[in-house]
Design a protein. Structure first.
Length: 427
């Protein structure tokens, strides 16, 4: 918007400078031919040479440059009307001086601007008559007449060309906007995410086709309540968050639950952005949501499993295929004396007690890789140096292609010490 205003100011400045230089030449020639008051030369120079630069400086410093330029157009009509009366209503000069601001006004403000410009021209005529009396000298020399004729055509052509350029610019801008709209609509309508726009009251302005998987068509009608299917416990929180967004203009993230047309409750994670008009006013909000029901269900299952593992009496050690420890539970720390922070990320080999030879562990891993599991009893040493007997089992976790991805070791401390440490390995 600001670039458009700046372009208007620059355009008006260029048009006014060229047109007023032409006016100075024509009026100056007319004054010389009719031997009018020489003071008119100085007034003409002040008006037609200095005035365009003065009003340009005012426009670029104005709070509203466009409004300032409209005022300058009417001032042009008023001042040129005074010149028409002072010069005695010469026909061709009068036509040129009256038509130019009227044409400019109708281009920029339509018929309202045209009417206002004509009114200011008439006001200028009255001021000129009141100041210098009424004179009627309609004739002009052939040279002045030709200059007026050619200048009027050139001015109209120039304004028409500027309108042509502006039309091309607007057409290009509109096509770019349409292309962006087509691109964004294509993305929105083919994305799996739920994309919608709501007004400041939370009513539908747009919904992507992906909403059709969850709601009936009547639930998505434009103007309908966008939050009518919200879970009862989320209504106040979500509606309040929308009001915060449309008032502050700041984006926010939301979690919400929705009742779908099948009766189930789906959980969504949404990002809410304010939608602004060109003048900065907030029209509504765009809601980009993703169905995370299955993800949240899996996360809850994993949390439950992790909680259960952490509370097990047996120690659990999970390593990757390279033997690096990924996680241990509380019982591991209780039995071995090693804190989780001390072992996670380290190789499992760093915490072997050295009470079995390396060949024992090599055979154990070989059995796990061959059959998928191993179990038996061993002797081990805690971090504080005490020795204890343990029952240990190890199993391999394999992916869909049969490749080993993880090892899970289960350790249980056995009562009694000094027993034979020969492992009871499975077949």
């Amino acid at each position: 918007m600001q670039q458009r205003v700046d372009r208007l100011v620059r355009r008006m400045y260029a048009v006014r400078v060229v047109a007023f230089v032409w006016c100075f030449l024509v009026i100056g020639l007319h004054i010389w031919e009719h031997q009018l008051n020489p003071m008119l030369w100085a007034v003409a120079a002040l008006h037609f040479i200095a005035y365009p630069h003065a009003v340009y400086m005012r426009a670029i410093r104005a709070r509203s440059p466009r409004q300032a330029e409209m005022q300058h157009l009417y001032a042009d009509a008023f001042l040129l009307g005074i010149w028409i009366a002072v010069l005695g209503f010469p026909v061709w000069i009068s036509y040129a001086l009256a038509s130019s601001p009227a044409l400019n006004a109708i281009v920029n403000r339509g018929f309202v601007g045209f009417a206002i410009a004509v009114a200011f021209s008439c006001a200028g005529l009255l001021v000129g008559i009141m100041g210098g009396g009424f004179h009627y000298w309609p004739g002009t020399s052939m040279l002045v007449t030709m200059l007026c004729f050619g200048g009027s055509i050139a001015y109209a052509a120039g304004v028409g060309y500027l309108l042509y350029q502006e039309t091309l610019h607007l057409a290009h801008a509109r096509e770019k906007v349409r292309e962006n709209e087509r691109r964004y609509r294509l993305i929105a309508e083919h994305a799996g995410d739920l994309v919608a726009m709501v007004d400041t009251s939370g009513r539908w302005l747009y919904t992507s086709p992906s909403y059709g998987r969850l709601f009936r068509a009547e639930d998505l009608e434009i103007g309908g309540d966008a939050f009518s299917n919200l879970h009862e416990e989320d209504q106040f929180r979500v509606r309040g968050a929308l009001q915060v967004v449309v008032r502050s203009g700041e984006s926010t993230r939301l979690r919400m639950r929705l009742h779908t047309m099948t009766g189930e409750v789906r959980r969504l994670e949404a990002l809410v952005h304010a939608v602004r008009e060109e003048d900065g006013a907030i029209r509504g909000a765009v809601i980009a949501a993703r169905d995370v029901t299955e993800l949240r269900d899996r996360e809850e299952q994993l949390e439950i499993a992790a909680h259960a593992i952490d509370r097990m009496v047996e120690a659990i050690v999970i390593t990757n295929a390279a033997g690096r420890i990924l996680t241990v539970n509380q019982s591991f720390t209780r039995i071995t004396g090693h804190a989780a922070a001390d072992v996670i990320g380290h190789a499992e080999t760093e915490f072997r007690s050295a009470m079995q030879p390396p060949s024992f562990y090599n055979d154990m891993y070989a059995e796990v890789l061959r059959s998928g599991y191993w179990y038996g009893t061993t002797w081990s040493r805690r971090r504080d140096g005490t020795i204890y007997r343990e029952w240990r089992s190890m199993s391999a976790v394999r992916d869909a292609e049969g490749h080993t991805t993880h090892f899970i070791t289960l350790i249980r401390e056995l009562d009694g010490q000094g027993a034979d440490a020969r492992p009871a390995q499975s077949a």
